[in-house]
Ligand binder design. Structure first.
Ligand code: HEC
Length: 280
């Protein structure tokens, strides 16, 4: 028993140490994003279909001019647990884009209207072209960005997040970043040409100008057309793009925990029965 205990204590100590030493993404002086309420957090988390559709609209009409999403195909947008578009809608949507295909019989590449199986077309042919259009900065691909970004909340809060399994730091950060423009530049800081002040971006200066303003994207379901709401919706959409099977993962996880609990109970009684006739 004491051996098990000491192993457990050692494991906990290692977990503590790695947590304390984990490199922080947030740079010195950067503001810490606030935790937001997300429908997809927690063990019963699920995506809000209407929100994903709005987020997709924001992405398509605004962000897609600079940010690609190369791991997402048009047909993913009609999968269960996602924005839930119909096959007809996706066919029409894909056909609006010209996709490079080939080579044809003449050995040349050619363009044709998109199909549901095509990947989301990137706004730039390559990274160099993307940088050339953005003052040298590269607009990162959105496919997994919501999972690739995080921030540090200090040792104790990070520990709490570990215990509560809070995994929405990436979307909190994106929401904070999008709503974090228009803040007064702290005294003593110099605005550099081509960069914009945003306290949530590590270092405080980002090459992306404020991408979205109130009223820019039309919402037809009565949801307020504000930067805050756009930021929430597009972040949720990015979370779905990064983890389209989140709902299934959470449901399976829950069932597994129930199964393990029942199994542990059964094992306990089996052990009692097996050893009941042995003198000890
Ligand atoms: C005009 C081009 C342009 C548009 C439109 C645009 N972005 Fe960006 N975005 C950039 C560039 C360039 C960067 C890289 C900034 C840097 O590294 O300083 C960037 C970076 C980002 C980052 C990453 C920040 C980080 O931590 O590295 C996020 C998140 C982001 N954009 C979200 C969005 C969202 C959401 C939209 C749509 C509402 C959007 N962007 C629209 C150009 C754009």
């Amino acid at each position: 028993m004491s051996r098990t205990l000491s192993v457990a204590i050692k494991a906990a100590a290692i977990a503590f140490a790695s947590l304390a030493a984990s490199p922080g993404f947030a740079a010195e002086g950067a503001s810490t994003p606030h935790k937001q309420d997300w429908t997809f957090s927690g063990p019963f988390g699920h995506f809000d279909q209407a929100q994903l559709q709005r987020g997709f609209k924001v992405y398509r009409e605004v962000c897609a001019a600079c940010h690609g999403m190369r791991l997402v195909s048009f047909r993913n947008l009609m999968e269960e647990g996602g924005p839930g578009f119909s096959e007809g809608q996706i066919r029409l949507l894909a056909a609006e884009y010209q996709i490079q295909d080939g080579p044809g019989e003449d050995g040349q590449m050619f363009e044709r209207p998109g199909r549901p199986s095509d990947r989301w077309p990137s706004p730039f042919p390559n990274e160099q072209a993307a940088r050339a259009s953005n003052g040298g900065a590269y607009p990162p691909d959105f496919s997994v960005l919501a999972k690739a970004r995080t921030y540090t909340r200090g040792f104790w809060l990070s520990l709490l997040d570990l215990v509560t399994q809070y995994q929405e730091h990436g979307v909190d950060y994106i929401h904070a970043l999008l709503t974090g423009y228009d803040q007064p530049v702290p005294e003593g800081q110099q605005g550099q040409p081509g960069l914009h002040y945003n306290p949530y971006f590590p270092g405080g200066w980002i090459a992306m100008a404020k991408p979205i303003n109130d009223g820019q994207v039309e919402y037809t379901d009565g949801t307020p057309a504000t930067v805050d709401q756009y930021a929430r919706d597009v972040s949720a959409f990015m979370m779905w793009a990064a983890e389209p099977h989140l709902e299934t993962r959470k449901q399976t996880g829950f069932i597994v925990i129930i199964f393990l609990a029942v199994f542990a109970g059964l094992l306990y009684f089996t052990k009692k029965k097996v050893w009941s006739s042995v003198a000890h």
